[in-house]
Design a binder for this molecule. Structure first.
Ligand code: NAD
Length: 515
C-alpha cells in the first residue's frame, strides 16, 4: 500500500464550515436539547460527528406534500420550455459551486476529490439534457383506421414525484430525478439518505436560489430529512404520483408493495452484482485498468461497482497476477488528499459486512489473494479504510451472488463463452455488465438478446461510470427502473391517447355497428 496523508477532524471541520457557507447553507447545526427529531451529520473520512440537524417526522410529511401538490397545480400550467429556465438556472449554480459541492460530497460520502467533482458534473450534464428536453417532450401522431379522424398521444405532467436516494450518490440521483421531473411539469419531494444530509441541504439551498431567480412556485422542490419513518410516510401518501426510489434491494422489497397497493407509479433503482467477462483475446492492459477502477474505485460503493470477474481459464492466472500487483500499490486514505484512489467505507456496519463476506467466501473454498485488511485504524478508530480485496473462487456460491457494498472482487474462470454468459447472468441482480474481448462475435453476442441480461452491457470498458445520455437502470432485483437520458423522461409524465373526429360520421373502431 502506498503512502497517503490523513485529514484530521479539525481540518475537516474548518473545510466544512467554509464550504457550507459558500453553498448558502450557513450553520445548520442545532443543540441536542432543542427538542424534536434530529439526525447526525458525520464524515466517514474521520468517523467523527459534526453535529445534529433538525429532522422531519412522519407527521411533517403530509404538510410538505400538500404544499408540493399546490405548487404542481401552478407549475403544470407553465409551458415546458419556460420550465426549462429553472433547470438552466440550477445548472448554472452548479457550475458556479462545483468545487464546493464536490468537496462536500467527498466529506460526507467519502468519495475521492475527482469522483466528488465528477458527481457534480453529472448533475450539470443532466441539467443540460433536461433543458434541451424541455423543448422535446414529443408525442406521436398515429394512423387511424377511421376516416375523418386523427389519433395522437400527448404527455402531461404527472404530479408530485417522491425521490428516495442512497448515500453513495448523495447528489446526482436527486438531480437525475429533479431535472427531468421539473421540465416535465412535476413537483419534487426528496428524502435523501440519513447518512448524507449536508449535501442534501446544499442542493436544496441551490435549488431555492434557482427557484427564486425564475419565480417558481413556493414549495415546488422540497427536502425531507430523516430516516425510514419519513421515507415510509412519503411512500404511503397517495398524492405522490411517482415514487422514484434508489437504494438496496431490501429497501425496494419494502417499498414496492406499499406503492403498488395504492396504484402509485414506481421507479426502482436497486442493488447490482456486476460482472466483467475477460476473454482470451482481451487487451489485458486495458482490462486491468477498467477492472481496478470499477472494483476498487469508490471503495466498491457504487451500485455499478464490479464485483465479479469471469476470466477465461487460459488467462485467469495472468490476469489475477496483474490485478494483485495493481491492488498492492493503490493509495488508500483521505479522499481529500491528492493522489488517493481509495477512500473510506461509509461506516462500521459496512466494514462489518466486508469482513463477513470475506470470511464466508473463504469458508466456501475461496482464496484471498490480496487485500482484506483494515488500514488507518490508528488515525481514527471510527473511520473504516480497507485494502480492496480479490478472492478467487472455484464456484459462484451464495456469497458471490449477494451484493456486498464494499471492495471485494471475486474471480471465477470459464472455458466456453456460453458458460461465461451463463455465470454472468446467474445472479438475482441485473444492473451492469461488461466484456473485454477483441473477438467481434463475442462482443456482439454479449450485447445481444442471448448475452448479458443487465440494463447496461458494455464492451471493452468496465461496468461502472455511466454517462447521463443513456437510460440508466437494471433488470431483475435491480428493479427495472430507468433514469437519466434516452426516453427515461416518460416515467415522469402521464400519456393520453386522443382520438379527434373532424367528420360528420361516427364510425366505430373494428367496424362495430351500433344503430
Ligand atoms: P438503503 O436501501 O439502506 O437506503 C436507501 C434509501 O432508502 C435511504 O434514503 C433510506 O433512508 C431509505 N429507506 C430504507 N428503507 C426504507 C423504507 N422501508 N421505506 C422508505 N425508505 C427507506 O441503501 P444505501 O445503503 O443508502 O445505498 C446502497 C444501496 O443502494 C446498494 O444496494 C446500491 O446498489 C444501491 N444503489 C442503487 C443505485 C441504482 O441506480 N441502481 C444507485 C445507488 C445505490
Amino acid at each position: 500500500m502506498a503512502e497517503s496523508t490523513f485529514t484530521t477532524h479539525d481540518e475537516l471541520s474548518q473545510t466544512l464550515t467554509a464550504v457550507l457557507d459558500r453553498l448558502g447553507v450557513g450553520d445548520p447545526f442545532v443543540a441536542a436539547d432543542q427538542g424534536g427529531a434530529t439526525i447526525t451529520a458525520r464524515s466517514p473520512i474521520t468517523g467523527t460527528e459534526f453535529g445534529l440537524l433538525t429532522a422531519h417526522t412522519g407527521s411533517d410529511v403530509a404538510a410538505i406534500i400538500e404544499q408540493a401538490q399546490t405548487a404542481f397545480e401552478q407549475w403544470r400550467l407553465v409551458p415546458a420550455p419556460v420550465r426549462g429556465k429553472l433547470v438552466r438556472e440550477l445548472g448554472e449554480l452548479l457550475r458556479e459551486h462545483k468545487d464546493d459541492l464536490g468537496a462536500l460530497v467527498s466529506i460526507e460520502a467519502g468519495k475521492i476529490t475527482s469522483e466528488g467533482l465528477g458527481e457534480v458534473q453529472e448533475m450539470i450534464d443532466i441539467c443540460d439534457l433536461a433543458v434541451g428536453l424541455s423543448r422535446q417532450l414529443f408525442g406521436q401522431t398515429i394512423a387511424t383506421e377511421r376516416p375523418g379522424h386523427r389519433m395522437m398521444e400527448q404527455w402531461h405532467p404527472l404530479g408530485v414525484v417522491g425521490v428516495i436516494s442512497a448515500f453513495n450518490f448523495p447528489v446526482a440521483v436527486w438531480s437525475w430525478n429533479t431535472a427531468l421531473a421539473l421540465v416535465c411539469g412535476d413537483a419534487v419531494v426528496w428524502k435523501p439518505s440519513d447518512k448524507t444530509p449536508l449535501t442534501a441541504l446544499a442542493c436544496q439551498a441551490l435549488m431555492n436560489e434557482a427557484a427564486r431567480r425564475v419565480g417558481a412556485p413556493e414549495g415546488l422542490s422540497q427536502l425531507l430529512l430523516g430516516g425510514v419513518e419519513v421515507g415510509e410516510a412519503l411512500v404511503d401518501d397517495a398524492r405522490v404520483a411517482l415514487l422514484s426510489a434508489t437504494g438496496s434491494t431490501r429497501m425496494g422489497r419494502a417499498v414496492a408493495p406499499r406503492v403498488a397497493g395504492r396504484f402509485g407509479k414506481l421507479l426502482l433503482e436497486l442493488g447490482g452484482n456486476n460482472a466483467a467477462i475477460v476473454a482470451p483475446s482481451a487487451d489485458l492492459d486495458l482490462a486491468v485498468r477498467g477492472i481496478v477502477f470499477s472494483a476498487a474505485g469508490t471503495a466498491g460503493q457504487r451500485c455499478t461497482s464490479l464485483r465479479r470477474v469471469i476470466a477465461h481459464s487460459s488467462i485467469v492466472d495472468d490476469l489475477v497476477a496483474r490485478l494483485t500487483s495493481a491492488y498492492a500499490s493503490l493509495p488508500i486514505g483521505s479522499p481529500l488528499a491528492a493522489g488517493t484512489l481509495v477512500g473510506p467505507l461509509i461506516d462500521a456496519a459496512s466494514y462489518e459486512g466486508f469482513g463477513k463476506a470475506l470470511a464466508a467466501a473463504q469458508a466456501d473454498g475461496g482464496t484471498l489473494v490480496v487485500g482484506g485488511e483494515r488500514v488507518h485504524a490508528e488515525e481514527s478508530e471510527d473511520a473504516f479504510y480497507v485494502q480492496p480485496a480479490i478472492v478467487t473462487m472455484a464456484a459462484q456460491t451464495d456469497i458471490v451472488k449477494a451484493e456486498t457494498f464494499a471492495p471485494i472482487l471475486y474471480v471465477l474462470s470459464y472455458d466456453s463463452f456460453d458458460e461465461a454468459i451463463a455465470l454472468q447472468n446467474d445472479v438475482a441482480q441485473g444492473l451492469s455488465s461488461a466484456v473485454f474481448t477483441l473477438n467481434v462475435r463475442e462482443a456482439e453476442q454479449f450485447v445481444s438478446a442471448i448475452g448479458s441480461d443487465c440494463g447496461i452491457a458494455n464492451v471493452n470498458i468496465g461496468p461502472s461510470g455511466a454517462e447521463i445520455g443513456g437510460a440508466f437502470g437494471g433488470e431483475k432485483e435491480t428493479g427495472g427502473g430507468r433514469e437519466s437520458g434516452s426516453d427515461a423522461w416518460k416515467a415522469y409524465m402521464r400519456r393520453t391517447t386522443n382520438t379527434v373526429n373532424y367528420s360528420t360520421e361516427l364510425p366505430l373502431a373494428q367496424g362495430v355497428e351500433f344503430v
